[in-house]
Design a protein around this ligand. Structure first.
Ligand code: SF4
Ligand code: FE
Length: 489
């Protein structure tokens, strides 16, 4: 089996024995939990679309290991076109789900490891790359979801890992045996954690020599003994437990994040991809971060949904012809398409690494993600402007369905002929969901902090820009001698 259907994916999750806690209690049935289920539906869309002929080209690829057709989320990019298709796939899925569909982190971890395990073996004579490729083949053949886990809790940010008062603030190796390693620590904000078959751990930052125990990368089955998941909560999450779906806005899909705790978990050597090679920790972080910053193509798709919702709300109100409304919609589209430019550009300018994997252009990937930390906020502001205050003062679906006050809501929130009050409520709830509710976790705060906070991209932009080339261009044009002044290359 190389490509699961959405139904097979759901069944495969039922076989996992995950230790998941939410609201202080262990969850027995994760798949059918009303708060988690919409996030499972979103990942399932990555399987569903792969079987549709019209999306086959974007959603699938040919494995460079087996020659078989595989889901693109398990593929190692073999050319620039693969990178471009990855960006387009992200937009498509964002548009189809209106939320975070969670599967990109694993794809990005696989691609980063395909580069760095090879480079390590070349430089140090280690044998990580063959191990990794055997693991990758297993992932591709099983069409598995991998949760890419990078972010440690970090404790006191002024201290390196080995100086933390609690040494577990960064995930580390606590024991090495002939069979494998034992790890302890946690990874925070783990997108899609309980919808994943596997978890791939990477270091969170460049490790120095004294932090050798923390320079560790490995993969584990999601239900390995000693792993505990504690679900993060989202604003308005308990609406998913109410009768009726209207107040959820997005009635089918959502995302989730969790704190994942590793309590002395054993990892066999054939699943270890870095163990103590501190000098390669930084490049692993950089490659993963660049790929994942490209992955924020997803927000363009979610932006499509929000723009469509704002236009619909304007039309329902009879305001769509007002010049200021038109102008705001144009502004939203200009911002959203600017984001699209960035994720396509960093892919189109990608290049091959020594391992044969294609990687995005780092500078442009960082510029793209930096834009993502801003534009969705502006698009959201404009959407709220167009939607009007009713978006946050609407009575509940229960009131709308009630025999006593329902007719009053029907009467007083009616708008133009041909538009039902319920349709008006639904579109406003969707805008609320995207800009204030559960989906705002993905569209706003995750746009800010996911794949690294804004400052992380600014540091990379400063590092990657060729400033000497720019200075030379300026000096040439105004006739400054190469030797003149202090600003020498
Ligand atoms: Fe993928 Fe976007 Fe979710 Fe990150 S935020 S996992 S890039 S859908
Ligand atoms: Fe993310």
């Amino acid at each position: 089996m190389s490509m699961m259907t959405a139904a097979q994916y759901e069944e495969s999750l039922r076989k996992l024995d995950l230790v998941v806690y939410m609201f202080g209690e262990r969850i027995d049935n994760v798949v059918d939990n009303p708060i988690i289920r919409p996030s499972m539906n979103a990942v399932a869309m990555t399987y569903e679309l792969a079987h549709k002929p019209e999306y086959r080209d974007l959603m699938t690829a040919t494995s460079h290991l087996t020659g078989e057709r595989i889901n693109r989320f398990t593929h190692i990019h073999q050319c620039r076109e693969d990178l471009v298709k990855k960006s387009k796939m992200g937009r498509l899925l964002g548009r189809k789900t209106g939320c975070c569909f969670q599967r990109c982190v694993g794809m990005d971890a696989l691609n980063a490891l395909s580069i760095v395990t090879y480079d390590m073996d070349q430089a140090l004579g280690t044998e990580y790359n063959p191990r990794f490729l055997a693991y990758l083949e297993m992932v591709q053949r099983g069409d598995l979801v991998c949760d890419g886990a990078m972010t440690d809790p970090k404790g006191d940010r002024s201290l390196p890992p080995h100086k933390q008062p609690d040494p577990d603030m960064f995930l580390r190796v606590v024991e090495k045996t002939a069979e494998g390693i034992v790890v302890r620590g946690a990874k925070a904000h783990q997108t899609g954690a309980v919808n994943s078959h596997e978890i791939i751990v990477m270091p969170t930052l460049t490790m120095r020599e004294a932090d050798g125990d923390y320079a560790v990368s490995f993969a584990l089955p999601a239900d390995a003994k000693g792993i505990t998941y504690i679900m993060g909560r989202q604003s308005c999450d308990t609406r998913k437990m109410e009768n009726g779906k209207l107040d959820q806005g997005n009635i089918r899909f959502g995302g989730h994040e969790a704190l994942v705790v590793f309590d002395d978990v054993f990892v066999p050597w054939d699943r270890v991809f870095m163990c103590g090679e501190t000098e390669f920790s930084g490049i692993l972080v950089e490659k993963f971060a660049s790929y994942h910053r490209q992955s924020y193509a997803c927000k363009v798709g979610v932006g499509d949904v929000l723009i469509g919702a704002a236009q619909t709300a304007a039309e329902f109100n009879g305001a769509e012809r007002a010049s200021h409304i038109r102008d705001k919609i144009i502004e939203m589209n200009q911002l959203n398409e600017t984001l699209y430019c960035g994720c396509i550009a960093c892919a189109a300018e990608g290049a091959v690494e020594p391992s044969g994997t294609y990687c995005v252009q780092t500078l442009l990937a960082n510029v793209h993600k930096q834009n993502v930390t801003r534009f969705p906020y502006e698009i959201s502001r404009l959407a709220q402007d167009i939607a009007g205050g009713l978006m946050v003062t609407l009575p509940s679906e229960a009131d709308y369905r009630s025999e006593t006050v329902g007719p009053l809501i029907e009467k007083y929130f009616r708008t133009r002929e041909g538009v039902s009050t319920e349709a008006r409520m639904r579109i406003l709830r969707l805008i609320e969901n995207l800009t204030l509710g559960t989906a705002a976790v993905g569209y706003l705060t995750e746009s800010m902090h996911g794949a690294g906070s804004p400052q992380a991209q600014r540091i990379m932009i400063a590092r990657q820009v060729n400033m000497n080339e720019k200075k030379r261009a300026a000096r040439n044009l105004c006739g400054i001698e190469e030797t003149d002044g202090k600003n020498q290359d």
